[in-house]
Design a protein around this ligand. Structure first.
Ligand code: CP
Ligand code: NVA
Length: 321
């Protein structure tokens, strides 16, 4: 059984929650990425590492999930722990028991809570009332676990983060908000292009600018997506209608028509640019099949990296050093 030396900035993270990526300082994020690379190497070499033996993570899902659900469950098991899957309708939360009471009760049994839900406020309340770490597995506002995997993928594919140019084209949504935080924390220059009315949240933009000023990152908005992707090292997009926005789908199809990532758009980026997408993807809407399934796409490595990034997070939050 392997032992790993935990990067020192992570040694003070035990017991913390991850609600938004700004809960972690830039050196903590960099350390999480280093640990994730080490954990990936151990797993590829089939070397067991089980620092979370005897620990249990409860997972509450109010929205569907493939990657988050499976990667957290597999990750906990690989680290020696267990997972309990709790759908809202299967527990008393679905019958009106408060989030606060649920948090207090779960804290008596388990060691951490992952939640995917709509309102970010629900996750805030859960974290305030719980005595164990809470992990945001996606809200309408943020998707911090995804951003960790995105950074890990960029670092792995390009060899470095600071100074990279990443272009995000599409909806100013939860995935973009967390990517903004992650890019700013690691010195990545982020170009964003969204249709009018779909820009990222102004408060997140301001937080990102402050963080970027500390790290040398930059964040730039373009109305023209083809200008945003010029000379980019990576082009990122996400769905046009997120979970909970299904009734807006028809309107969004029209509003986002010029924002599809296709080969002509990829050709504006650097020749060795990679294509990123958090998945699930809708071929011929936000991205053509040619790009998603083409040689520049690293989306399945990116999906795999959810596992490695989250294992690092679980070790940092639930581990005992
Ligand atoms: N990217 C992502 O969070 O995927 P799931 O919705 O499948 O968890
Ligand atoms: N923005 C998407 C991400 C899915 C992982 C959504 O919220 O549905």
């Amino acid at each position: 059984m392997a032992t790993l030396s935990i990067p020192s900035p992570l040694k003070t993270c035990t017991g913390k929650s991850l609600l938004t990526l700004t809960d972690f300082a830039p050196d903590e994020i960099t350390s999480l990425l280093s640990l994730a690379h080490e954990l990936k190497k151990l797993q590829k070499n089939e070397i067991a590492y089980k620092p979370l033996t005897g620990k249990t993570l409860a997972m509450i899902f109010d929205k569907p999930s493939t990657r988050t659900r499976v990667s957290f469950e597999v990750g906990m098991v690989q680290l020696g722990g267990h997972v309990m899957n709790l759908n809202r309708q299967d527990i008393q939360l679905g019958r009106g028991e408060t989030v606060e009471d649920t948090a207090k009760v779960l804290s008596r049994y388990i060691d951490g809570i992952l939640i995917r839900t709509y309102d970010h406020e629900t996750v805030d309340i859960l974290a305030k009332t719980s005595t164990v770490p809470v992990i945001n597995g996606l809200t309408d506002y943020y998707h911090p676990c995804q951003a960790l995997a995105d950074l890990l993928t960029l670092q792995e594919e390009k060899g470095y983060l600071t100074g990279l140019k990443v272009a995000y084209v599409g909806d100013g949504n939860n995935v973009l908000h967390s990517l903004m935080h992650g890019a700013a924390a690691t010195g990545v220059h982020l170009s964003i292009s969204t249709p009018a009315g779909y820009e990222p949240n102004l408060a997140v933009w301001k937080e990102t600018e402050i963080l970027a000023a500390e790290t040398g990152a930059s964040i730039t908005f373009y109305t023209d997506p083809l200008l945003a992707v010029q000379e980019a090292d990576a082009v990122y997009t996400d769905v046009w209608a997120s979970m909970g926005q299904e009734e807006e789908k028809e309107k969004r199809l029209k509003d986002f028509a010029e924002y599809q990532v296709n080969q002509a758009m990829m050709d504006q980026a650097k020749e060795d640019a990679i294509f990123l997408h958090c998945l699930p993807a809708y071929r011929e809407l936000e991205v053509t099949a040619e790009v998603l399934d083409g040689p520049q796409s690293v989306v399945f490595n990116q999906a795999e990296n959810r596992l490695h990034a989250q294992k690092a997070l679980l070790v940092a939050l639930l581990g005992e050093f």
